[in-house]
Design a binder for this molecule. Structure first.
Ligand code: ZN
Length: 279
């Protein structure tokens, strides 16, 4: 389930292997994978990969041809993978797009996604700006502490859904929301408007350190995440609460990690992340 760290790892590998390479061919196996811009597909042939940028859980490939730049944006959220040629996949029928390159360290980038409808967009600069404005809130790695605090102070509702609300903060999903909240000792259902500013800054620092550490570990391979070169991420070895229901709290408080059934599963320690007091 790629979240921000996994998408960042994907973007880094593509940058390292294919930046400056020329796109020879772009084969789209199923038209319904492309949300918008399919008629512009022929433009991309012969264009050079100039830029690779992550937005939330998506990766945008920027191509240049003469003076024009266009983008292929792929969603990784939940199930998507971008893989180099030699990387084996389970269920190869889910490879819906193949981009073949010359002049790079890899010859092909494949887009694999069992959920196919509208997961890729072909956009010009204006289209990319609209796409970003509609889908992505602030980036957790680049938002300033002050901006983050202001953002939370303007919101109401429960903390965990807010952290995972892509139009507010883009890139955090269920795994990292659980890990960040445990380390900040905040209950997933804590009301945001009951949080003091000092706690918000601790939350901010923890959010950044967890995400950066996860990127350094190559992400978390839970279920089926693989980087483009087929490597797995090792941050799952650092998970403290995600998937740890029934195990002792790693803070050694004597309690057992519980699972809260809400819209997504929340894993938390009822003692370390008490929701009873406003701190
Ligand atoms: Zn505990």
């Amino acid at each position: 389930m790629p979240e921000l760290p996994e998408a960042e790892v994907v973007a880094c590998q593509i940058r390292a292997h294919l930046l400056g390479a020329q796109l020879n061919d772009c084969m789209v196996g199923r038209a319904d994978i492309v949300r918008e811009g399919l008629p512009t597909l022929p433009w991309y042939r012969g264009a050079m990969l100039e830029d690779v940028v992550r937005y939330g859980k998506s990766v945008a490939l920027g191509f240049r041809k003469e003076r024009e730049v266009r983008y292929i944006v792929t969603e990784l959220g939940m199930t998507g993978l971008l893989l180099f040629h030699a990387t084996q996949t389970k269920h190869p029928q889910h490879v819906h797009v193949r981009l073949s390159f010359t002049g790079g360290r890899e010859s092909e980038l494949r887009y694999w996604n069992p959920r196919r409808f509208g997961r890729m967009s072909l956009l010009n600069r204006t289209g990319l700006d609209t796409y970003r404005a509609r889908r992505f809130g602030v980036d957790p790695l680049t938002v300033s502490r002050e901006e983050f605090v202001c953002l939370l102070q303007a919101k109401r509702g429960r903390l965990k859904p807010l952290l995972m609300h892509q139009q507010v903060i883009a890139g955090i999903g269920n795994i990292y929301a659980n890990e960040i909240l445990f380390r900040t000792k905040l209950h997933p259902n804590r009301e945001v408007n009951r949080l003091r500013e000092a706690r918000m800054t601790v939350l901010y620092d923890t959010m950044q350190s967890v995400l950066r550490e996860a990127i350094a570990c190559g992400g978390s391979s839970v279920k089926d995440f693989f980087a483009p070169d087929g490597t797995e991420g090792h941050y799952k070895n650092h998970h403290l609460v995600y998937g740890k229901e029934g195990q002792p709290c790693p803070n050694l408080c004597g309690r057992i990690i519980r699972r809260l059934q809400s819209e997504r599963s929340s894993f938390f320690c009822p003692a370390c992340q008490s929701n009873r007091f406003s701190v």
